[in-house]
Design a protein around this ligand. Structure first.
Ligand SMILES: N[C@@H](CCC(=O)N[C@@H](CS)C(=O)NCC(=O)O)C(=O)O
Length: 213
């Protein structure tokens, strides 16, 4: 196996998913800070690897003769495919579908709300935060996360009985939701799931212990 290199700052929720997946799979990797305050996403060299100018990008086998993969959830699947059989990405069609629907849901339904929620609460200087807008964006987020809350009422993890990439895709947002003051009493199933995820060393290292920024 060639060297795996993750390009992306550790504070990105999408980079977190990739680093946590690699940790779950015991796949060694190196990482370079790119994006956010580190910049580097607009250079011709980076755009040649990832035309979106976003992080993460995964390089497998080095830039020369290797492959560059972007889209965080695709990178997570790629890592599982490289690792071989793993419960994180079940092979059986039904189990895989139950896992992957959440991965697509996270990108298509949650991410637009989550991005705005994050910018308003963390990136916007406090003096410029409008309480009415903050409340509206929090409610958009809550409305989406009530779907997660309901699903977790009947099973410990989003894909079923075991942790899968579905939980990896949503896990960074579970942490951020509670870290930004959501009432665990109003999301009890999510709170129990969040506690379950916190038993995973990779979640602790790559999600919980990373500063909110
Ligand atoms: N759908 C993409 C979204 C990637 C994305 O939006 N990345 C953000 C960080 S979470 C980014 O690159 N922002 C610009 C930057 O960090 O410079 C994925 O899942 O990889």
């Amino acid at each position: 196996m060639g060297e795996l290199k993750v390009l992306g700052r550790t504070t990105s929720s999408n980079v977190m998913k990739v680093l946590w997946t690699a940790a779950e799979l015991d796949l060694p990797f190196v990482r370079e800070d790119v994006g956010g305050p580190y910049g580097g996403v607009d250079t011709p060299a980076y755009r040649a690897l990832n035309p979106n100018g976003l992080v993460p990008t995964l390089l497998d086998g080095g830039v020369d003769g290797g492959v560059a993969i972007w889209e965080s959830n695709t990178i997570c699947r790629y890592l599982c495919n490289k690792a071989g059989e793993t419960a994180l990405y079940p092979a059986a069609p039904a189990a895989r579908g139950l896992c992957e629907r959440w991965m697509d849901w996270q990108l298509s339904t949650l991410a637009p709300h989550a991005g705005i929620f994050w910018i308003m609460n963390v990136r916007t200087p406090e003096a410029q935060r409008d309480p009415a807008v903050l409340a509206a964006k929090r409610e958009d987020m809550a409305k989406a996360l009530r779907i997660v809350e309901a699903a977790l009422g009947t099973q410990p993890f989003l894909g079923g009985a075991r942790m899968t990439l579905a939980d990896v895709a949503l896990g960074p947002w579970g942490h951020r939701w509670f870290a930004l003051g959501a009432d665990q009493g109003q999301f009890p199933n999510m709170a129990a799931w969040y506690a379950r995820l916190q038993t995973r060393p990779g979640y602790q290292t790559h999600v919980v212990k990373v500063p909110l920024s």
